[in-house]
Design a protein around this ligand. Sequence first.
Ligand code: ZN
Length: 458
Amino acid sequence: NYRHISDFNGVLEGGKKEYKMDDYRVVISQYNPKTIRIVIYAKERIPITFDFNDKKLKISKQSSTVLKTPKKETTQKDLPKKQEIKPVKAQNSQDKKPKQDKKDPLYVLDVDKISNAVILNLSDTLSDDEISVFSSKDQKFFRQIVSFKGILEGNRKNFTFGKNNITVTQYNPKTVRIVLSSPKEFDISKNLEDKSLTLGFQKDNKKTSKNDDKKNKNNNNKNVLSSNFKSKKIIVIDAGHGGKDSGALGNKQGTLKEKNIVLSTALKLGSELKKRGYRVLYTRSTDQFINLRDRTKFANDKRADLFISVHANAAPNAKKAKSAEGVETFFLSPARSERSKKAAEKENQGDFEEINYFSKQSILNFLNREKIVASNKLAIDVQKNILTQTRKKYKIVDGGVREAPFWVLVGAQMPAILIEIGYITHPSEGQRIASKTFQDILAKGIADGVDSYFYHNR
Ligand SMILES: [Zn+2]
């Protein structure tokens, strides 16, 4: 059996696709949250061509006639880019590439309705000059039409405010359009703040008071948001291991046990978060064994907003114990929306052989990009703030934010991360993560990360 496998960074819309040809089969799938994989199956080795043309990638079997023409023979099968033969284009494509790498598409993650406006939560910042606004009018309605380059998560959204109306749609594959309409003539209120865009109707008061009005309204919104954004949030803190499962051991004597270190860190994190106004629940608050599956099930049952699992890492062997150190934050974010689940179930019938990243269940989860983005953001905020806090006093190695198949995260219906607070096997780091002083600092850092996440993703 011959297989030709190609990967590139990307997100596949709508689940796995499979195409059967006469003597080969092409399967396109989301291999991991960031990678699209194309697998070509055939009985024996076949020459595959990748033709890049503008925004299209054409995958085909080189026909034998093509092989005979000298021009095409110079192309290299394994390096698809070189098959762009036209010299003029080559220059262009080189120019284009870094641009595409630089800017990820901007996502509208969700849209909240407030008293007289909607707040679009964005995956990144947006500047005023990237937004276009124009007005139009027909017999019934006055409209203000706002557009920017971006991708709207989920379906078109519609909000009514008495006789006024706001719709948010994917106008074309690249453009999000927000239409505000009202039977009366109105001015639009537009407020860009960090990663959110607020659009609404200005009250049609006298022109003179307009500015004051706008200010007041924005201030009000801000106050409501900043005082409320934490209070209802439920955070499940999951101390890894417990009971018969000690987790990693720091030494042969077994005096340093992961289960104990992570439990006391988790409890400190919980009280820090409570102090800051969150509701906190623990999967375990004592030395108790809990199945992995029950941990996220608990979080799901409690309808938690975040799931944070706390672990300590261990070097793979004694040789590496002295060199392996640092803090790492992992994410894996699952989806439970009925729509994506159904789409996935349908698309995933058949073989799974080219998808070995996680279980079948978690593959279904890949399809909710919004949750992946959210977990990724949470992981970034937490990792960053752990480093900021701990580095005030200690030299800490940044292990970075990573994606990994931790079973404990599979099944969580909310943004979920797993923090490896340090290496228990490292001579000094092992001692450090066991100390209450350091755990206090860690708890502050993680809580700062949670604050930052909620603040930016209200
Ligand atoms: Zn662990």
